[in-house]
Design a protein around this ligand. Sequence first.
Ligand code: PLP
Length: 286
Amino acid sequence: SIAYLNGSFLPLEEARISPLDRGFLFGDGIYEVIPYYGGKPVGLAPHMQRMADGLAAIEIKCNKSIEDWRVLLDDLIAKNADQGANLGVYIHVSRGADTKRYHAYPENVEPTIFAFAFPIKDPEPVDRTKAHGYAVSSTQDLRWKRCNIKSTALLGNVMHYQQGHASGHGEILLYNENNELTEASSSNAFIVKDGKVITPIQDHQNLPGITRRIIIDSLKADGSIPVEERTVTMDEVRNADEIWITSSSKEIAPVIELDGKPVGNGEIGQVWENAFRIYTERKFDF
Ligand code: PLP
């Protein structure tokens, strides 16, 4: 695997950073994951805009434009073609290494810019009888109140994911102290009720997911499935006809079991199949 680190391409296993890097010491950085299918990215511009927004929010200066990123990442994808046709790209910009460990943002430190590519699964078939259905659990969301920032400090997410994983679940839905759905530990969440697609509004309690955005915008452009962004209670989640979890690596993943109980009739839903077809037809337009 060929990686990119601070202006150079090199074998991933030779890439080195300082132990004083603030990404290592504090989780002081921003990351992105972008899927490439057959060399074509899904949502490159919105992904890199989200990264620029995150970097601005924590005052890290990285002067690469979306166009600079497009060229760099195309190059990285080409250099990793031997890994397969479908690759994910992980991009990490940390504040960089100071000469001491000190909480305040240092001045005159160059950010560390790192990227590498890794194989990802083929998309699921657009067929409710053949796709993989997830079994998930749920728990109260104990992360911080700035979940809109795609911080590399992921311990809260990692601990929640592990909670689900340890009980044999592929993801864990999270809800706030008012019993309202926020998202999942590494995905956004949607429900379907009476043919309507509903997802929590985007605020400080969840990540502004690019897959989420592409789904909402594709469904609105298509017009055949109503979609709504609003508060969703866990009672609504437990009584939903369908539940989906969405991310760049999962695309739209149907959930067939929540906390040991079937979702709807326990099978992957027809609205999932219709929505996933619409998403699949339009995903490269973003
Ligand atoms: N929410 C969290 C906490 C995530 O970590 C992710 C992605 O990894 C998402 C949502 C989905 O975001 P995206 O669709 O941009 O991959």
